[in-house]
Ligand binder design. Structure first.
Ligand SMILES: *[C@@H]1O[C@H](CO)[C@@H](O)[C@H](O)[C@H]1NC(C)=O
Length: 177
């Protein structure tokens, strides 16, 4: 004989899920595409990317495994450093691969311009810097980007092997409130 209990639980769960999806903002989603350039300035009088830790000498690796770099990198409209500043990438990247140049990126895009001024997007993902295109998840956001999820595609626009300075083109696609 079937007990009514499982049905009660099922009804309760479906009610609570529909209540959630009816809450304001979750049902009407906007898709936004952002395009900008990220300036990772390692060598300069005022660098924006600073190595704060590295692995002990005994474990030195050709891929730099174990290093951690803090960044406050400008995000500009065009590839030129002097083009309009639209935000900053604040956070850190860590050299997380022993086999190749593979970074763990953990940063917030902090926007300071136009309708996204004050809003942020959180990025957490893998960046194999010598690949043509790297995809990183957007795992959240604030302000205009509440409930954000999506992905960022990064392509190196410029890289100087001597200084380590790089300009990276970002295409970001997000669904948000
Ligand atoms: C962005 O917001 C801040 C704080 O509200 C304000 O001071 C600043 O002028 C704004 N910038 C732009 C470009 O709108």
């Amino acid at each position: 004989m079937a007990s009514p209990l499982p049905l009660t639980i099922f009804l309760f769960l479906s009610l609570s899920f529909s209540a959630r999806s009816d809450s304001p903002g979750v049902t009407s989603e906007t898709e936004t595409h952002l395009h900008f350039y990220f300036h990772d300035i390692v060598t300069a009088t005022k660098p924006t990317a600073i190595r704060v830790a590295s692995a002990p000498l005994l474990s030195t690796s050709i891929t730099g495994f174990g290093a951690v770099v803090m960044i406050d990198d400008p995000l500009t409209e065009g590839p030129d450093e002097e083009s309009k500043l639209i935000g900053r990438a604040q956070g850190m990247y860590a050299l997380a691969s022993k086999e190749e140049a593979g970074l763990l990126m953990n940063m917030n895009f902090v926007f300071i311009d136009g309708e996204y001024n004050g809003s942020t997007l959180a990025v957490l993902g893998r960046n194999t810097v010598f690949s043509d295109v790297r995809e990183m998840p957007i795992i959240g956001g604030s302000g205009k980007f509440r409930f954000a999820r999506g992905y960022a595609l990064a392509k190196t626009y410029y890289w100087n092997v001597i200084t380590g300075n790089a300009i990276v083109e970002y295409d970001v696609h997000v669904l948000h409130q």
